[in-house]
Unconditional design. Sequence first.
Length: 166
Amino acid sequence: MAICTVVAVIAVLAFFVRFVAYPHTDPIGKTGLVVLVNSPGDSNKIAVAKKVLAVNPTATLLFSEAAGCPDVLHTFAEHVVCFVPHPDTTQGEARYAASYDESHDSGGMTVVAPRAQLSRARIRFERCWHGPLAMVEAPMSLVATLLRLPYQSLATIKAETVQRGC
């Protein structure tokens, strides 16, 4: 029984380290589409989006958060598309972004997400869109990451086991 508990704890810690604490991130590069996934209470994604758009001034910004859209429109003067994903999840955001790119041919997509959501967002976007994809982290405090751990962990497990498609 003790060995099973130790193995389970190690598996949970390995999952946390790989997918939540230290997800794979990409450098900011050339892109035609910048997607900000909805992360309640996360203002760091706007600062990161500004950095990405400084390198890509003609890129379109997809902002998944209809309630916060007026603030984003004031921050970014042009090339902003606000949308409400269906379903209202990372999966819906990936579907919308892929559909948008299909009709606008952006030539590349950069997704900005907080650390705790980055791995799951990568899974979702890679399943829905097959062009050049970069995942850029919006910094998040360790406390905020730990608070989101239960939800993000379960949502990632669901994405890897139950919802395998786009």
